[in-house]
Design a protein around this ligand. Structure first.
Ligand code: DOR
Ligand code: ZN
Length: 347
C-alpha cells in the first residue's frame, strides 16, 4: 500500500484569493502547497483592466510570506464593455494569464459580469488571435433553466457553438460539476479543458441537504448527484490531459455563509491536497495524481510544470476549524475544519 508520494509541485488553476485582510489571511495556505495559482478576478470592484491587474498583482506580492516563490496568475474579469485592446495589452505585458467569463448574476460578485454573450465576441476573437486562454463560469442564468441544469445547458447552448466559432481559442470549463460537463470536456479536448474541485469529488446534494442544511456546502455550481460525483471522480483520476486541479477555494466571512441569504463558496485551501490525495487513493489512482495536480493544467495553459516537488504522506492531522481575519470579516470556516484528515503534506 502506498503511504507516501512525491510529485512535482502542483498548481491551483482556480482560486479566490480575495483582497485586503482576507487576502493576507488566506494566501499563505495556497502559497505553502502550490507553485502557482490562477486568481479569480471577482473582487469588489472586479479586476477589469490591465491597470487593475497590475495593482492586484502588487497587492498579492506584498501579502506573500517572506521567501515564498509562489507565483500569482492574474485574470481579467469580462464585462459587456471590455476593451479588446486593453485585454491584448494585459496579456502581452504578462499581466493577464487569461480572461474570465462570469455570466451576470451567476454567482458571488458577478453582478458586473456579462449580460449577453454576444457582447464579448470581439474580445473572444482577439483572444483567439493572440493565444490567450478563456476561463468560464460555465452556467446559464436563464429563468427557464433549473439550477441543477445550468452547466449542462451552458455546454449545449453556449459552449458548443463557441468551440466551432472560435476553433483556435483554448477554453477552460471551470469547476466541473456534472457528468455531462465532464463528458463535454473529454469530447472537445484539447480545445477545452476542465478543472475539478475537491468538494465536487467528495460531496453530493444529499450530503448538503439530506440531514440538516449544511450552509458551507453551498457553492456554485451547486453540488449534484452521486452519478455526477462518480463521473467526476473517474474523470479526475483518469490522468487524461483535459482534466486538472482547481480548488475553487473561496473564503467568506462566517456571517455571510450562515445567513438567511447565504453566499456560495467554500474555503478549502488548507485541506485541498489532502482531499485530492484521499480521493485518488480511494480510486486506486495515486499514480495519476501528479498528472492531474501538476502537469495537465500547465500543459493546457501552455506553460512548463513547476521545478520543485511536494511530498504527501498518509499521516493523520486535524484541519483548523476556521481562520481569523482581522477587522469586520472576523473569521472564515475551513472545509473539513476540526476533522481528522488521512493525508497530509509533509515536504
Ligand atoms: O461557490 C462559488 N464561490 N462559486 C463561484 O463561482 C464564486 C465563488 C466565490 O467567489 O465565492
Ligand atoms: Zn470560483
Amino acid at each position: 500500500m502506498t503511504t507516501r508520494i512525491t510529485i512535482r509541485k502542483p498548481d491551483d488553476w482556480h482560486c479566490h484569493m480575495r483582497d485586503g485582510e482576507m487576502l493576507k489571511a488566506v494566501l499563505p495556505y495556497t502559497a505553502a502547497h502550490f507553485g502557482r495559482a490562477i486568481l479569480m478576478p471577482n473582487l469588489i470592484p472586479p479586476v477589469r483592466t490591465t491597470a487593475d491587474g497590475i495593482a492586484y498583482r502588487a497587492r498579492v506580492m506584498t501579502a506573500l510570506p517572506q521567501g515564498s516563490t509562489f507565483q500569482p496568475l492574474i485574470t481579467c474579469y469580462l464585462t459587456d464593455d471590455t476593451d479588446p485592446d486593453d485585454v491584448e495589452r494585459g496579456f502581452k505585458e504578462g499581466v493577464f494569464t487569461g480572461a474570465k467569463l462570469y455570466p451576470a448574476n451567476a454567482t458571488t460578485n458577478s453582478a458586473a459580469g456579462v449580460t449577453d454573450f454576444r457582447k464579448i465576441v470581439r474580445v473572444l476573437e482577439r483572444m483567439e488571435k493572440i493565444g490567450m486562454r478563456f476561463l468560464m463560469h460555465g452556467e446559464v442564468t436563464d429563468a427557464d433553466v433549473d439550477i441543477f441544469d445550468r452547466e449542462v445547458v451552458f455546454c449545449e447552448r453556449v459552449l458548443k457553438p463557441w468551440t466551432r466559432q472560435f476553433p483556435g481559442l483554448k477554453f477552460i470549463l471551470e469547476h466541473l460539476s456534472s457528468k455531462t460537463g465532464a463528458e463535454f470536456v473529454r469530447a472537445h479536448a484539447p480545445q477545452v479543458g476542465g478543472t475539478i474541485t475537491p468538494y465536487h469529488l467528495e460531496l453530493t446534494r444529499t450530503d448538503w441537504l439530506g440531514s440538516g442544511l449544511k450552509p458551507y456546502m453551498y457553492v456554485m455550481p451547486v453540488i449534484k448527484t452521486e452519478a455526477d460525483r462518480q463521473a467526476l471522480r473517474k474523470a479526475a483520476t483518469s490522468g487524461e490531459a483535459c482534466y486538472f486541479l482547481g480548488t475553487d477555494s473561496a473564503p467568506h466571512p462566517f456571517k455571510s455563509k450562515v445567513s438567511v441569504n447565504g453566499i456560495p463558496g467554500i474555503f478549502n485551501a488548507p485541506v485541498a491536497l489532502a482531499v485530492y490525495a484521499k480521493v485518488f487513493e480511494e480510486e486506486g489512482a495515486l499514480d495519476k495524481l501528479e498528472a492531474f495536480a501538476s502537469l495537465n493544467g500547465a500543459m493546457h495553459y501552455g506553460m512548463l510544470p513547476n521545478e520543485g516537488t511536494i511530498t504527501l504522506e498518509k499521516q493523520e492531522w486535524t484541519a483548523p476549524e476556521e481562520i481569523v481575519v482581522p477587522g469586520p470579516d472576523e473569521r472564515a470556516l475551513v472545509h473539513h475544519g476540526g476533522e481528522r484528515m488521512a493525508w497530509g503534506v509533509v515536504a
